[in-house]
Write a new protein. Structure first.
Length: 343
């Protein structure tokens, strides 16, 4: 029953959000906007997706270095590309498939690889979205684009929220860095909570947190921390630039840092469990562009369609290429450390 609900609920939510997003929009006018996108800006947006996959694979190598320093970059890129392609399926299976493929192909310990993926998502990506989005909200309207068309009370609230997000992100980074330096002790403590020492409602969250500690090795040194932070903010800078180019290709005028303001909004849309963010991403794009920047709904809806489609098409192409090149096959000579088994 749970599997049935997973496969049915996601498409149903997607259909609901698509209806919510495009109700009242002239579909003929929408199609005209989509047909006449700027090819150069759209090409830059597509190129940013391939750059994102390559940079994310590079950062994954940095995170894995303390436990698996010799993983070939090609195998990392293959696992990342196939995992992202699989993220179109319900249940976020791509997040587990990625470390499973890497373990199968290279013998990298699966628990360590899974922990680094968890750290990527729950720590680094969340931190980047919060800091960049929160910081952009504090910029003057001519740079952020927020203020000229939005409700003044909403703008005031968003600026307070942005300051809080920025401060909270920096505090969270300091806490994570401190925990990483004594991660074995903290992992054991959270394992204890997960196995019955704490309140029942906290056992599952405690188990999730405990599973992240093996992936925090790069945070334990100044050099490792500087590397993963630099790589993370470059990744999200590229993502923001690609979003900016994709939106602008539909004729939407944006301030220089408007895409950074959109990052947390679009992250919420992607976080809703629809296949590949379908529907929920479009609704988030429409709400953000129309509500904060005064973009006409037909242009906002077209931007959602174009950016979403031309984000996933390169991912499908890259993932399909690596599948064709044997990315799902077991490696010939996996170097599995003693005591570990690859799935």
């Amino acid at each position: 029953m749970r599997r049935v609900l997973t496969w049915v609920a996601g498409p149903a939510l997607a259909a609901f959000f698509l209806w919510l997003c495009f109700r009242g929009v002239d579909l003929g006018e929408l199609w005209q906007v989509v047909r006449h996108v700027d090819p150069l800006l759209l090409g830059l947006s597509i190129a940013s997706v391939f750059a994102h996959l390559g940079l994310r694979s590079w950062r994954w190598r940095t995170l894995l270095a303390p436990v698996a320093p010799d993983v070939p970059y090609r195998e990392l890129l293959s696992a990342v590309s196939i995992g992202y392609m699989a993220s179109l399926l319900p249940g976020r299976v791509g997040e587990v498939l990625r470390p499973a493929l890497l373990s199968r192909r290279t013998g990298t310990p699966f628990p360590a690889a899974l922990a680094t993926v968890g750290v990527e998502r729950a720590v680094l990506d969340l931190l980047a979205i919060v800091v960049l989005g929160g910081g952009a909200l504090l910029l003057p309207p001519r740079l952020s684009g927020v203020g000229a068309h939005a409700d003044p009370e909403l703008v005031a609230f968003l600026r307070v929220l942005g300051g809080g997000l920025l401060a909270g992100g920096l505090v969270a980074l300091a806490i994570v860095t401190r925990l990483a330096r004594d991660r074995a002790r903290w992992e054991a403590r959270f394992r204890g909570f997960a196995e019955g020492e704490g309140l029942p409602l906290l056992r599952r969250p405690a188990g999730f947190v405990a599973g992240l500690f093996p992936g925090l090795g790069a945070f334990a040194t100044v050099r490792g921390l500087a590397a993963v932070l630099a790589e993370t903010f470059v990744i999200w800078g590229v993502i923001a630039a690609g979003i900016h180019a994709g939106i602008a290709s539909c004729g939407v005028a944006l301030a220089p840092f408007s895409a950074l303001v959109m990052l947390p909004i679009l992250a919420v849309g992607i976080g809703i469990p629809t296949p590949g963010g379908t529907g929920s991403y479009h609704a988030a794009m429409t709400w953000g562009l129309a509500g904060l920047f005064g973009t006409p709904r037909v242009l906002a809806g077209a931007a959602g369609l174009v950016v979403h489609a031309f984000t996933w098409l390169p991912v499908l192409a890259a993932g399909g290429l690596f599948v064709a090149l044997g990315g799902l096959a077991r490696g010939e000579t996996p170097a599995v450390p003693a005591g570990e088994t690859a799935p």
